[in-house]
Write a protein that binds this ligand. Sequence first.
Ligand code: FAD
Length: 443
Amino acid sequence: MAVALDNNGRHQVVIIGGGFGGLYTAKHLAKANVNVTLIDKRNFHLFQPLLYQVATGTLSPADISSPLRAVFSKSKNTQVLLGEVNDIDPKAQQVIMGDKVIPYDTLIVATGANHSYFGKDNWKDLAPGLKTVEDAIEMRRRIFSAFEAAEKETDLEKRRALLTFVIVGGGPTGVELAGAIAELAYKTLKEDFRNIDTSEAKILLLQGADRVLPHISPDLSEVAAASLQKLGVIIQTNTRVTNIENNIVTFKQGDEVTAIASKTILWAAGVQGSPMAKVLAERTGVECDRSGRVIVEPDLTIKGYRNIFVVGDLGNFSHQDGKPLPGVAPVAKQQGEYVARLIQKRLQGQTLPAFHYNHVGSLAMIGQNLAIVDLGFLKLTGFLAWVFWLIVHIYFLIEFDTKLLVVFQWAWNYITRNRRSRLITGREAYVEAKTNNITQVAN
Ligand SMILES: Cc1cc2nc3c(=O)[nH]c(=O)nc-3n(C[C@H](O)[C@H](O)[C@H](O)COP(=O)(O)OP(=O)(O)OC[C@H]3O[C@@H](n4cnc5c(N)ncnc54)[C@H](O)[C@@H]3O)c2cc1C
């Protein structure tokens, strides 16, 4: 039976999603004369830009997660609910979460995006993507298990496949993963094995576009490619993956088709709007783009519904230069802040001009002492960029939580190449270990 939650008469704002978009909306409403209900299917906010460091053993999941309840413990007007929203009823102004119905006056949908396998959903298990903590742990398991299995493998061909890592997608996630795996293989793990030389590992980065990091200026993209190549990463641009099957990845560059045996194929290409886009489309008739993102109006509402906003990766905002804004944290953050201000203005009978995104720059980490910073007016590479990247990430990580100690520990581990979080965990790891008579390492 449906149960409506209490409503004490104040304007009810319901936010679905505690990622960057939802979190910043709620934070900027913390002192407003409204009730805020923030719903998320996870009980923590996840700092996704550092997921690749969990996947490659530098950080632990808790280091990049902030419990939502702790973030809002002092915001007395904010209630946090754990649960997955499966429907909305825009006429009755209700959000439906299992058997709970939550009424709203204003609704903000900020449920983000998922991976897209361009219609090849059967590749999902063969080439996992990186979006959740579980994804990062699974990637970590596959990466470190591959080295472990190679250490025991006597067949040279099988060993080569175990030591071949293929990363599909040359955007920031693909570049960061490739750089981190190269550092692992060629530096961190070099002394740790007896039967294999980890520096024989092959790390292949396949990019569909004609350069890596196509969102930054061509000169910096060239520096990024050269730095990756110096680390040992093989980059193939203008390359499309055509098949993944039985640990073989097949790809096409021009007319040339190549098939490579690899036990570790990682997916860092393509995104699509989360399933809430479909729910919104069905219930309100709003249009979605080809990537399943909701087309939003200049004020981030959806057509015909002045009280429903979409912020962050789920939305397609194309009112600035005709192109959709990128799916990055600063867009979600600024949109969240804008919607919070607009709600308060409206309650005073006023409004705001259309949303405008202020581009703050692009950063990408390639490896130790190697990063790329493009602030438009300032471009940095190498060590300076790396220090800048560290400072920016330390700042963001400590914004919600008193994680100073963790953050400085991380910076120290990073500087000293200490990868203490390289645990092989999860159910799969347990089954694998039992099958191979290896004693399971405790979590
Ligand atoms: C691996 C990776 C690396 C990245 N690196 C960078 C980077 O370096 N710089 C950068 O700027 N950006 C980066 N991004 C992008 C950035 O993280 C996103 O743009 C940003 O997180 C978008 O925020 P959001 O609020 O729209 O969605 P998200 O942060 O994805 O949050 C969505 C939230 O909604 C919740 N949710 C989803 N569906 C439901 C439901 N039905 N009911 C309840 N809750 C639900 C989810 O649990 C989640 O908490 C990266 C992303 C990834 C995946």
